[in-house]
Structures are given as structure tokens and as C-alpha cells.
Design a protein around this ligand. Structure first.
Ligand code: MN
Length: 207
């Protein structure tokens, strides 16, 4: 069965004023849809691969024939990353959205980074430095939280790591509102982070 684009779990305007409506429409309806379409096209003649979840595809790129591996890595990554990304944000003002983290992730952040401000600084600096397009990630590895970044649509799933939190630093995620000011976008983005979803993913990451 072909991969499908799920609707956003909130209105296009839900992240205003931090992420604008137009950006959300283009980002979800055009960019994410294109990754889904390209992935389906690449796997049209590979039903055994298309039967896997997109996360499982990325966990085992070696099983993908070499002639379509880069296409699957890029577009499967694009599909998986955005699918994880949308629910990690939430309507401004809802319970658990923006502000300081709550629940188990809050305690783990304090343990591993000292406090929330220090964690945000590490995340924003690491992510701001990623050259060109890519993603910033919070991962849990060997019992410890860690911030990493990847280029393009590369997913930590391909390194055997289940990501907890991610932020899209492709220009398509912020250019209409923030233009070249990636650090301003990164700073504003914390206002829309959905800590309920972060805690749900932290639980899965702990296995
Ligand atoms: Mn994107």
C-alpha cells in the first residue's frame, strides 16, 4: 500500500505568530506531499519494501536496492521526519505546549544539561551551525540525552537511534517569516513545542 500524507493535527494557523499559516500550508501540503509522492514512485516496483513502515525502511537502508537507495533515503527521510515533526508542535496556548518542559523529560533534561535554558542553548547552537539544510535532534543514547544535527533528510533511525524531538532547519520551514534569520526561528520555535508528545516519544526511546 502506498504511503499517505496525514492531515496536520491542528489548523494551519495554530502555530501563529511563531510559525505563519502560509509556511505551514506550503510546508505540509507541498513539501511533505512531494516526499510522499517521490517515495511512492521510487517503490512502485518494490511492493516488499513499500509494505514496510517508513521508519523500518530507514532503519534498514541496506535492504533497499542501490539504484533507488538515495531516493529512498531522501524522500523516505522527508516523509518520516515530517510525520514525527508535526505532532511535536501544538496549538499555541494549549496545555503542555510551549513554556518549560513537564513530566519525565523535564527531569532528564535537568540531569543531562543542568537546566532547560542550558538545553535550549545547546540545541539552538548545534542546530544553527548545521550547514545548509537539515535537522536538529534530541536523542536518548546509552541512558543520556544528547543533541545532534544531520544534513538533508537523514534520520537518526538509520543509525539505530529513535529520536525524541526534532526541528526542521530547511529554509522552507522558516524563510517566509524569518528569511535568513535562522536563530530567530530557532528561538521562537520553543513556543510551539508540544511537551506531551516529547514525553510520549521519550518513553518509546527508553524502550
Ligand atoms: Mn521540512
Amino acid at each position: 500500500m502506498a504511503y499517505e500524507l496525514a492531515p496536520l493535527p491542528y489548523d494551519y494557523a495554530a502555530l501563529e505568530p511563531f510559525i505563519d499559516t502560509e509556511t505551514m500550508k506550503i510546508h505540509h501540503d507541498k513539501h511533505h506531499q512531494a516526499y510522499v509522492n517521490n517515495l511512492n514512485a521510487a517503490l512502485a516496483n518494490h511492493p516488499e519494501l513499500a509494505a514496510k513502515s517508513v521508519d523500518d525502511l530507514l532503519r534498514d537502508l541496506a535492504s533497499v536496492p542501490e539504484e533507488i537507495r538515495t531516493t529512498v533515503r531522501n524522500n523516505g527521510g522527508g516523509h518520516a521526519n515530517h510525520t514525527a515533526f508535526w505532532p511535536l508542535m501544538g496549538k499555541v496556548g494549549s496545555a503542555g505546549v510551549g513554556g518549560a518542559p513537564s513530566g519525565p523529560i523535564a527531569a532528564q533534561i535537568t540531569t543531562d544539561f543542568g537546566d532547560f535554558e542550558a538545553f535550549k542553548k545547546t540545541f539552538n547552537e548545534t542546530t544553527a551551525k548545521q550547514f545548509g539544510s537539515g535537522w536538529g535532534w534530541l536523542v536518548f543514547q546509552a541512558g543520556k540525552l544528547k543533541v545532534i544535527s544531520t544534513p538533508n533528510q537523514d534520520s537518526p533511525l538509520s543509525q539505530g537511534i529513535y529520536p525524541i524531538l526534532l526541528n526542521d532547519i530547511w529554509e522552507h520551514a522558516y524563510y517566509l517569516k524569518y528569511q535568513n534569520r535562522r536563530p530567530d526561528y530557532l528561538a521562537a520555535w520553543w513556543n510551539v513545542v508540544n511537551w506531551n508528545e516529547v514525553n510520549r516519544r521519550f518513553d518509546l526511546a527508553k524502550g
